[in-house]
Design a protein around this ligand. Structure first.
Ligand SMILES: Cc1ncc(COP(=O)(O)O)c(C=O)c1O
Ligand SMILES: N[C@@H](CCOP(=O)(O)O)C(=O)O
Length: 467
């Protein structure tokens, strides 16, 4: 089975894995998705119970890269990717209650779930660029975590200039320093005088018209618009379900959600054969996705700052990937809908929404409930949640699915990244950064504040690309 990748808007050329890795948005403004998914039988999934994380990743990811990366090379890349995670299980589960678990996804170098995909993406890029002897420019938008994970994943890559846009004064101090203290002439942090949606919109516009770059250099995405990001995140759904009796026992997941990438990976795991009953979309006050599920109306809302800054997002890129499936993969319909959405709101098809509600549940969690959840779990279980993971735990409880399945909340970041939220929750114990980041606040920062204008950002990038 050789998978090709097609645009959700139906008007861009299909690509193979190597090409899809080395791009971002499709030329028609859509997002790339596989033209077919690998499907695994229960027997096959059951046979993976004893595999460690990189070996499981190899089984799940190999069909997606078939034709672009030989199995032995992928095996080496995956072993290298997850070797330095700070927990031997890579993605360990912690039990909070009889039927409640958290899946700790913060044992990678930058303490957030983004490391799972971006440590791999950096290595895949290095592998491909070395083979092609090509130079590329990476452009990414971050609300706090993607930026440092991308820089960490790609900083050793030759042939790359990396530009990361974060909203000025809207990420935590730890998050900003994790990006801005990494030395390297090819690493450029831009603090944009706007919000995350502005940063992401600039990235998307740049992919549609990348001719501002010098020497015809290619632009590559590190955000979840890049298919390879989503692909890598599928693995931990299988890994955690297998640890809890899957595939012979269905599992539910509660996923702190912003750009809809992480939960979309869970949806794909289900499509590929993993018995998942429900996926809970857990949002903060930026609740566009919760509203879509409740009302069927998808509308843009003003972005508000919250205690969970990484989820301060109102235009969720990957929701378009789900819509593509909801509308029977008709790219022309999606192109029309997204065109209307760009300037207003859209009503989603009622029968498609009914189907979506059978699979997804949703809940919006206020800052107050986020704090209460951090405090409650700390006092009941002695376990410290970061504010994003707390939203997942709170939503899991509020949705009360009552089906007796294990509920796994994705713990997407380490609490030490958000000391202000921990203290707002009234928890006195201050979480410590791991040893490799212990001197983070003594390191020198480097970043450039730019006005919220596309031409300003693109000119900066063109001037700062290496020769
Ligand atoms: C800590 C944390 N939790 C949750 C999310 C939301 O994930 P997604 O954007 O894939 O929905 C993000 C950002 O993406 C994040 O950084
Ligand atoms: N929460 C993210 C926002 C970008 O999302 P991505 O998954 O599309 O990279 C962040 O922390 O930067």
């Amino acid at each position: 089975m050789t998978i090709r990748y097609v645009s959700t808007r139906g008007a861009a050329p299909s690509l193979d894995f190597e090409q899809v890795l080395l791009t971002g948005l499709a030329a028609d403004g859509g997002l790339y998705v596989p033209d077919q998914l690998p499907e695994f039988s229960l027997e096959q999934i059951r046979s993976w119970r004893e595999l460690d994380y990189p070996s499981l990743a190899l089984e799940i990811l190999q069909p997606f890269v078939e034709g672009s990366i030989p199995r032995e090379d992928l095996k080496t890349i995956l072993a290298d990717t997850y070797r330095d995670f700070r927990h031997s299980a890579v993605a360990p589960l912690q039990q909070l209650d009889t039927n409640q678990w958290v899946l700790e996804l913060f044992h990678g170098p930058t303490l957030a779930f983004k490391d799972f995909a971006l440590q791999l993406l950096g290595r895949l890029l290095d592998y491909m660029l070395e083979r092609r002897q090509q130079k590329i420019v990476i452009m990414g938008a971050t609300s706090g975590d993607t930026g440092s994970a991308a820089i960490e994943g790609c900083r050793r890559c030759k042939n790359i200039d990396i530009f990361i846009l974060h909203p000025h004064d809207a990420v935590s101090d730890v998050q900003r320093r994790q990006m801005t203290t990494v030395a390297g002439d090819n690493i450029h942090n831009i603090a944009l005088q706007g919000n995350f949606d502005d940063c992401q919109a600039m990235v998307k516009s740049s992919f549609v018209a990348p001719d501002f770059l010098p020497d015809g250099r290619s632009l590559v995405a590190v955000n979840s618009i890049n298919w390879a990001r989503i692909m890598a995140q599928i693995v931990y759904y299988f890994y955690s379900a297998l640890a809890l009796g899957g595939p012979d026992r269905p599992v539910n997941f509660s996923v702190p959600t912003g750009n809809f990438g992480d939960i979309f990976a869970g949806y794909l795991a289900r499509q590929m054969g993993l018995p998942i009953d429900r996926l809970v979309i857990a949002t903060n006050r930026n609740d566009v996705l919760h509203q879509v599920l409740e009302t069927g109306t998808y509308r843009r809302l003003p972005l508000e700052k919250s205690l969970s800054p990484s989820m301060d997002i109102t235009v969720s890129s990957n929701f378009e990937r789900l819509m593509f499936d909801m509308y029977h993969r008709d790219g022309s319909v999606i192109a029309q809908l997204m065109d209307t959405f760009a300037s207003g709101e859209i009503e989603l098809d009622a029968s498609a929404m009914a189907e979506a509600r059978g699979l997804f549940a949703s809940h919006r969690v206020s800052d107050a409930l986020t704090c209460q959840t951090i405090a409650r779990v700390w006092s009941d279980c002695g376990y410290l949640l970061d504010p994003h993971s707390a939203i997942g735990v709170a939503a899991a409880g509020a949705c009360a699915l009552g089906d007796g399945n294990p509920m796994v909340t994705l713990a997407t970041a380490h609490p030490a990244k958000f000391p202000d939220a921990i203290s707002a929750a009234g928890v006195l114990s201050s979480p410590e950064l791991p040893a490799h980041l212990a001197d983070l606040f003594e390191r020198e920062e480097r970043y450039t504040v730019l006005e919220n204008q596309l031409s300003t950002v693109q000119t900066f990038m063109a001037e700062h690309c290496s020769a």
